[in-house]
Design a protein around this ligand. Structure first.
Ligand code: HEC
Ligand code: CU
Length: 312
């Protein structure tokens, strides 16, 4: 059974609810005040009533103007700060987040865990531990919507977008596409299954044997010829990929970028976009040669090189 729509599965969801209800309360107070004044005045000053009608002064006075402008500006700044501080918290995931790849296509969700386990339209994830979704689309724009976590993020073809969460309540929740993506859009739904960490590892272990992503990526790295240039003993002048992932890279045009999944993806598909300082742009583009699934595997392999190469 799926829990009801407004179920809360994380502490973050609770803070969004507080924000939402605070906004509704503020709006309700303002609407009520305006409404009372409208009704009150239309009765008191109706045609024919003998209420006192003095001529109004031209201006209410400088102090009052400044006072109420400052007060409303302050109220709006406070609301901005409240919302922005919650959104900023969502931008940078904790370093130890468990990474799950999401590939959206008309009309399903394909998910892949780092040990290679694949799922369709079901996302199993542990509670009490940060989980990051690295998402892309095979065709049109979709949107990952996890109402119980109060998270929604567009999923775009040709690039990665991310969300992360730390859930705290095991259960089965909705997962759906929130961007109209074609005739079967309304059926692009699934289930988010949150489990205690023990149940989650038991579930992972019970899945059919799968090669982990990094291992499949390593095989691809060889069969596609990446290793011909990138191996340490290669005759071609190409960067050693050990320790690249998760670290700043200096580019030939002077920019410094962080080597995240999106950067590695672009290195493979659009090698001329970010050329590493000190190297020639000789790497061929693999656009059209590698599928989204294979890119995920190559990225997992490059990421595994980071862990071998450096102590942190
Ligand atoms: C013809 C040789 C060649 C081949 C084949 C090649 N690369 Fe490269 N690669 C380079 C060179 C040279 C650079 C540095 C210049 C640049 O950034 O374009 C580079 C840069 C990169 C970077 C960025 C490295 C950094 O330090 O930031 C990544 C990641 C990468 N390659 C991955 C791959 C993968 C994955 C493949 C196989 C699908 C591959 N390369 C195939 C030559 C090659
Ligand atoms: Cu969709």
């Amino acid at each position: 059974m799926i829990d009801e729509f407004a179920a809360k599965a994380s502490e973050y969801a609770g803070s969004w609810d507080r924000f939402f209800f605070a906004l509704v309360a503020v709006s309700a107070v303002v609407v009520a005040a305006v409404f009372v004044v409208i009704v009150g005045f239309s009765i008191r000053y109706r045609k024919g009533s003998d209420a006192y009608r003095p001529t109004l002064p031209k201006s209410l006075g400088f102090e009052i103007e400044i006072g109420w402008t400052a007060a409303t500006a302050f109220a709006f700044l406070f609301i901005f700060w409240w919302a922005a501080s919650m959104q900023l918290r969502e931008i940078i995931p904790p370093r130890d987040a468990l990474q799950i790849h999401v590939l959206a296509k008309q009309w399903m969700w394909k998910l892949q865990h780092s040990n290679g386990v694949r799922e369709i339209n079901e996302l199993h994830a542990p509670t009490g531990h940060p989980v990051q979704l690295i998402m892309t689309s095979d065709d049109v724009i979709h949107s990952m919507f996890l109402p119980s976590l109060r998270l929604k993020q567009d999923v775009l073809p040709g690039r990665y977008t991310y969300i992360w969460f730390t859930a705290d309540k095991p259960g089965v929740y909705h997962l759906m596409c929130a961007e109209f993506c074609g005739t079967q859009h309304s059926r692009m739904t699934g289930r988010l299954i949150l489990m205690t960490p023990e149940d989650y590892s038991r579930w992972l272990a019970a899945q059919p044997e799968a090669d982990n992503l990094a291992k499949r990526g390593e095989a691809l790295f060889r069969s596609l010829g990446c290793s011909g240039c990138h191996a340490p003993n290669s005759a071609v002048h190409a960067p050693d990929l050990h320790g690249v992932y998760g670290h700043p890279v200096h580019l030939s045009d002077g920019r410094v970028v962080n080597a995240d999944e999106a950067y590695i993806r672009d290195s493979i598909l659009l090698p001329d976009k970010d050329v590493v300082a000190g190297y020639q742009p000789i790497m061929p583009s693999f656009r059209g040669t590698v599928s989204e699934d294979q890119i995920i595997e190559l990225i997992a392999y490059v990421r595994s090189l980071a862990w071998e190469g450096r102590q942190e």
